[in-house]
Design a protein around this ligand. Structure first.
Ligand code: CO8
Length: 258
C-alpha cells in the first residue's frame, strides 16, 4: 500500500496534520489535497477537536503545486476539470481554527495554503514566496488576493512580480506571520497555541473566526453588524454563563463547548 500523503494524530483537543510528501518537498497534487481535505473535514466535524495544526517537513511546508503534474496540462484540461477548484476550494470551508506551522519553503501553492490557514507561525528558517511568474503562470490559489491583504500592495507586487523569497523575519514584519520561533521549537509553539485555542468555548472560537474572515469580504457596516449579531448569539450558550460566572468567582471556567 502506498504511504499516506497526509498524516494525522490527536493530542487532547488538538489535531496535528502533517503533509507527507517530503521527497517532492510536499508539492501539492490533487491526491494530496483530496486527502488533506478529508482529514481536515473529519477533524472539523469531531466535537472532541477544538483546533488544528497543519505542518510540513523541516525543509518544506510545501514548495507549491506539483509542477511535473501541471507541465503537460492544457487550458481545456484545467478549465474542464476546474483545476484547483473542488477540494482545493473546499478547504476554505473548514470552520475550526487552523494554525499553519511553517518550516522551510512555503512557495506558490504552499504559501497560498499557509495563507488559507487562520494563523501562521513560522520557524526561523521559513521562506515564503509566490514564484509562479518564473514558470510562465501566476498564483492560482489566492496568492494575488490574500497576499496583498496580508502584506500590502507594494510588497505583494514585489514578491509576485520578481518571484523573490521573503524570510521569516521579513514575513513577520510584513504581517504575514504572527510569530517566528527557533525551528526546533516550531511544533511545540504551534501545538501550545492550538491547545490554548481549543480550551476556549468552541462556539465562540468558531464565531470569532467567522467574524474575522468577514472583515475581508464585507464593507465595515456589514462586518460590524455581523459581529454584533454573533456577539448577541453567544449569550444563548451555556459557556457564556460559565465563562462570566467563573470570572466572578475568580476560578478557571469549565467550558462544555455548547
Ligand atoms: N512540484 C513538483 N516537484 C517539486 C516541486 C514542485 N513545486 N518543488 C520541488 N519539487 C521536487 C524537485 O523536482 C525535486 O525532485 P527530484 O529529487 O525528483 O529531482 C525535489 O522536490 C527536491 O527539490 P530540489 O532538488 O529542487 O530542492 P532544492 O533544495 O535544490 O530547491 C526549491 C528547493 C527552491 C524549493 C526548489 O525545489 C523550487 O524552486 N521548487 C519549485 C518552487 C515553485 O516554483 N513553486 C511554485 C509552483 S507553481 C504553483 O504553486 C502554482 C500555484 C497555483 C495554485 C496551486 C494550489 C496549490
Amino acid at each position: 500500500m502506498s504511504e499516506a500523503l497526509v498524516l494525522t494524530e490527536t493530542r487532547g483537543r488538538v489535531a496535528l496534520v502533517t503533509l507527507n510528501r517530503p521527497k517532492a518537498l510536499n508539492a501539492l497534487n490533487d491526491a494530496l489535497i483530496d486527502e488533506l481535505f478529508a482529514v481536515l473535514r473529519r477533524h472539523d466535524q469531531d466535537d472532541g477537536i477544538g483546533a488544528i495544526v497543519l505542518t510540513g517537513s523541516e525543509k518544506a511546508f510545501a514548495a507549491g503545486a506539483d509542477i511535473a503534474a501541471m507541465q503537460p496540462m492544457t487550458f481545456q484540461d484545467v478549465y474542464k476539470s476546474d483545476y484547483i477548484g473542488g477540494n482545493w476550494e473546499a478547504l476554505r470551508r473548514i470552520r475550526k481554527p487552523v494554525i499553519a506551522a511553517v518550516a522551510g519553503y512555503a512557495l506558490g501553492g504552499g504559501c497560498e495554503l499557509a495563507m488559507l490557514c487562520d494563523i501562521i507561525i513560522a520557524a526561523d528558517n521559513a521562506r515564503f514566496g509566490q514564484p509562479e511568474i518564473k514558470l510562465g503562470i501566476i498564483p492560482g490559489f489566492g496568492g494575488t488576493q490574500r497576499l496583498p491583504r496580508a502584506v500590502g500592495k507594494a510588497k505583494a507586487m514585489d514578491l509576485i512580480l520578481t518571484a523573490r523569497m521573503m524570510d521569516a523575519e521579513e514575513a513577520e514584519r510584513a504581517g504575514l506571520v504572527s510569530r517566528v520561533v527557533p525551528a526546533d521549537r516550531l511544533l511545540d509553539e504551534a501545538l501550545n497555541a492550538a491547545t490554548v485555542i481549543a480550551s476556549m468555548s468552541l462556539p465562540s472560537v468558531m464565531m470569532a473566526k467567522e467574524c474575522v474572515n468577514a472583515a475581508y469580504e464585507s464593507p465595515l457596516h456589514e462586518g460590524l453588524l455581523f459581529e454584533r449579531r454573533n456577539f448577541h448569539a453567544l449569550f444563548s450558550t451555556q459557556d457564556q454563563k460559565e465563562g462570566m460566572q467563573a470570572f466572578l468567582e475568580k476560578r478557571q471556567p469549565v467550558f462544555r463547548h455548547e
